[in-house]
Design a protein around this ligand. Structure first.
Ligand code: NAD
Length: 411
């Protein structure tokens, strides 16, 4: 099943419960606009390289479209389309006034110099500047992009359209960003993990955690959960997995990775395991926070964790989702679990538009409020309808987008 087909599958399961008509399903699933552009850039060695970039704008019934920008060598239109659709349901689940979008460039960022990365970013904005904007579509960081990339996007867009910092979120705090945005997705994962553990009767102190991916989301989730007294027994990145039964010192691992070109390669305070082994560890909580599609029908029977928090987007394939649900594994779905990032992006956008600065305490407090309320709604809906948390989250998101679509007038 390809990425978009997987989202469709989850969508239809919830749409059945909501008794949506076929015509309404087609309307809600179809992207409003899909843009594919050529990005021709000169590399540092003088060679010309031609890359492909995408921006998919899925739905704007509830507000300007919002979604990250991914720079990764596996990016393709199907993946971007699926992620754009997930953003629509995600913004609706946490009830912030945005629609959904996503962008990507098919490129291996680890092979780009900083100046090459900047040229790729600016060239991409040259191609899409007319279709993004603070009232239409607002990009943000995702895999392979960061605050600096967002600052270049703002700067390049402003050259065409005048000063408007709200065109992009996840900017550096010193450059129209908001404190707490960088940690927001990982922190949100941590907040929601503790809530779910509590509902399942687990104490944080006794919880062993394995986290796949140690980038922005994985490292902040690890830090938050360690501060909450969980034992982080395994972490990993593209270089492999690192295991310590007594618990890994997360701050030490973050410092090591920062000094080592954002890689855990050679991290000697833990023993080496593979990324596959990490997923199968005997832990109380598993947090996939790297790529999509890492839990499949093949390895689902080998997963030992009773609880999975989907920090990454779509880390579990639908066939695996069914197998895990049948075994009673509780899964907090991506459209709720990693919504902390877009929530704080909303605060940043609102702050940019008001020319008013928020402090870190207020950001954290509001993040907690928004996520807690979404969690309660999803949890209660799941109980009421006797469905999985994923189906409940889709029902909540689709219901809100559907109502906004009808209220706005369809034809
Ligand atoms: P990132 O680029 O900062 O980090 C990605 C991490 O995954 C790195 O540690 C990398 O080494 C690791 N990784 C890459 N390939 C791997 C592999 N094959 N096996 C194991 N690890 C691998 O990205 P991020 O922003 O942390 O995003 C991670 C996930 O979270 C993505 O699925 C993204 O869509 C999702 N997400 C991110 C945000 C955000 O605010 N950054 C928001 C919502 C969802």
């Amino acid at each position: 099943m390809k990425s978009f087909e997987a989202v469709q599958h989850y969508f239809n399961r919830a749409a059945d419960k909501l008794e949506l008509t076929e015509n309404m399903r087609t309307l809600l699933l179809t992207s409003k606009r899909e843009v594919q552009v050529q990005i021709a850039v000169e590399m540092d060695d003088g060679q010309l390289q031609t890359l492909i970039g995408y921006r998919v704008q899925h739905d704007n019934a509830r507000g300007p479209m919002k979604g990250g920008l991914r720079f990764h060598h596996e990016v393709d239109l199907d993946e971007v389309r699926s992620l754009a659709s997930l953003m629509t349901w995600k913004t609706a689940v946490v009830n912030i006034p945005f629609g959904g979008a996503k962008g990507g460039v098919t490129v291996n960022v680890r092979k780009l110099s900083l100046r090459e990365l900047e040229r790729v970013t600016r060239k991409f904005v040259d191609e899409i500047h007319d279709v993004i904007g603070p009232d239409t579509d607002i990009p943000a960081p995702d895999m392979g992009t960061n605050a600096e990339v967002m600052a270049w996007i703002m700067n390049q867009h402003n050259k065409y359209h005048g000063f408007s910092p709200g065109v992009v979120t996840g900017k550096p705090v010193e450059h129209y960003g908001i404190p707490g945005r960088e940690e927001a997705t990982g922190r949100g994962v941590g907040i929601l993990a503790l809530k779910t553990l509590g509902r399942l009767g687990h104490k944080a102190q006794k919880t062993r955690v394995a986290i796949q991916g140690f980038g922005n989301v994985g490292s902040h989730a690890a830090k938050f959960l360690q501060e909450a007294d969980c034992r982080i027994v395994a972490i990993s990145d593209v270089s492999g997995g690192y295991y310590c039964a007594e618990g890994i010192n997360v701050l030490e691992a973050i410092q090591y990775s920062n000094k080592n070109n954002r890689s855990l390669e050679g991290f000697a305070a833990a023993s080496r395991i593979s990324n596959e082994e990490l997923l199968e560890l005997e832990v109380e909580l598993l947090v996939p926070a790297a790529l999509g599609g890492v839990i499949t029908a093949d390895n689902a029977p080998l997963i030992n964790a009773p609880l999975i928090i989907e920090a990454a987007n779509a880390p579990i394939r639908p066939e695996a989702d069914d197998l895990l649900n049948d075994r009673g594994v509780v899964i907090l779905p991506d459209i709720l679990a990693n919504a902390g990032g877009v929530t704080v992006s909303y605060f940043e956008w609102a702050q940019n538009r008001q020319y008013y600065r928020w402090g870190l305490d207020r950001v954290r407090q509001e993040l907690d409020r928004v996520l807690s309320s979404a969690f309660e709604e999803v949890w209660n809906l799941a109980r009421e309808h006797e469905v999985s948390l994923r189906t409940a989250a889709f029902m909540l998101g689709i219901g809100r987008v559907g109502r906004a679509t009808v209220l706005g007038g369809i034809t």
